[in-house]
Ligand binder design. Structure first.
Ligand code: PLP
Length: 378
């Protein structure tokens, strides 16, 4: 066993990022201000989507999107059971019902071919999750949404850089939601953003993230004082200048980070290729994977044993994800039983996430490959 742990994740913060935060700390405005505005402009340019509104988490971004579309009690939203709980929790926050659809065996993404069978008169939206950084079949999902006049809210927490079939993340969604949580491709501890081409939505979101106020603190401070009004009951989830300053320069490097992670993923693929007991999600043709996380799929009956053995080799691991519908809250509320969504359950019981970040050294990558192969032997 190695003495020094191979961490599950290491952030990419550079001296420039730290200096940017320093600039904010030395300024007047710690909260939402110029840094936030500039980051939003830069992110919208990167995504090629007209508007970006930053918030405190991707959870906020998803919830605000649902709220904007007036989704609430009596409504249904179609989504995947193989995701982080935030995806369906936001539907619950709004009083609507998450309706799960099983996933594809190859990628773990929502199976677009099964969506139509779950649409009822109550369905208002589809919330696809680009799992691990592999985009869903947005062409198919957009066709279905158009046919039934549904909104698409993309959970793009894993997928800033993704592209598939010539379509980028956010291009086919009514809104797309991003996370800058501590382990994400660019990270500010907590952080999130909503991207949309809808000007009305953009204007609503700017207010909704700050209590529904008509003016924010910068407006009041830097211009001739004007009173604010509260136009509707909003939320309090605006991003701060501190968070935005951390993200600003990381965004310039996001493609470089992705390429570095792509190389590591390829080394892992090669290293596990000969081990019949290790499978991993496919990357479909014409897909640019955002490479958020790298998971392997092993025998479900031995997954936990392997997980602990890999940990014992001093390698950080995670599970992405145990299925949502079998979490106590969802089982109790909706009566889900095992085998409700067999493919998602199988993946959820097989999956082990191993370290994937640009700071991994060649030696560490080789150690991970060797250790995992030594552990997963049957
Ligand atoms: C698929 C998915 N959606 C949503 C979220 C929520 O992101 P946040 O922690 O920024 O609220 C996460 C977080 O890990 C996630 O993995």
């Amino acid at each position: 066993m190695r003495n020094k742990k191979i961490e599950f994740y290491k952030h990419n913060l550079s001296l420039t990022d730290k200096n940017n935060v320093r600039k904010v700390l030395d300024s007047i405005f710690l909260t939402t201000g110029e840094w936030v505005k500039e980051f939003e402009k830069k992110f919208s340019k990167y995504l090629n989507i007209k508007y970006v509104v930053t918030v405190n988490t991707c959870t906020d971004a998803l919830e605000l999107s649902l709220r904007y579309f007036n989704i609430g009690k009596g409504d249904e939203v179609i989504t995947t059971p193989l995701s982080f709980i935030a995806t369906s929790n936001v539907i619950e926050y709004c009083g609507a019902k998450p309706v799960f659809v099983d996933v594809e065996e190859s990628t773990g993404n929502i199976n677009a071919d099964l969506i139509e069978s779950k649409i009822t008169s109550k369905t208002k939206a589809i919330m696809p999750v680009h799992l691990y950084g592999h985009m869903c079949d947005m062409k198919k999902i957009r066709k279905i949404a158009n046919k039934y006049s549904l909104k698409i809210i993309e959970d793009a927490a894993h997928c800033i850089e993704g592209k598939r079939d010539g379509i980028r993340v956010g291009q086919y969604g009514n809104s797309s939601c991003f996370s800058f949580y501590a382990t994400k491709n660019i990270a500010s501890g907590e952080g999130g953003a909503i991207a949309t081409n809808d000007k009305k939505m953009y204007e609503w979101l700017l207010k909704a993230r700050q209590h529904g106020m008509s003016k924010n603190a910068v407006d009041r401070y830097s211009k001739k004082y004007e009173h604010y009004d509260m136009e509707f009951l909003g939320f309090k989830c605006n991003m701060t200048n501190i968070q935005a300053s951390l993200l600003f320069n990381q965004l310039d490097n996001v493609e470089k980070f992705r390429s570095q992670k792509e190389l590591i993923a390829k080394k892992y693929n090669k290293g596990f290729q000969k081990n019949e007991n290790i499978k991993f999600p496919m990357v479909l043709e014409k897909t640019k994977h955002a490479r958020h996380i790298y998971t392997i799929w092993v025998d479900p009956s031995k997954r936990d044993e392997y997980l602990h053995k890999i940990q014992n080799e001093n390698i950080g691991v995670a599970v992405n994800f145990r299925v949502i519908h079998l979490m106590k809250y969802y089982k109790d509320k909706y009566g889900y039983k095992k085998d409700s969504f067999p493919i998602a359950e199988k993946i959820g019981d097989s999956t082990i996430t191993i370290p994937l970040y640009p700071k991994l050294t060649e030696k560490e990558i080789n150690y991970v490959i060797k250790s995992v192969n030594n552990v997963v032997t049957d």
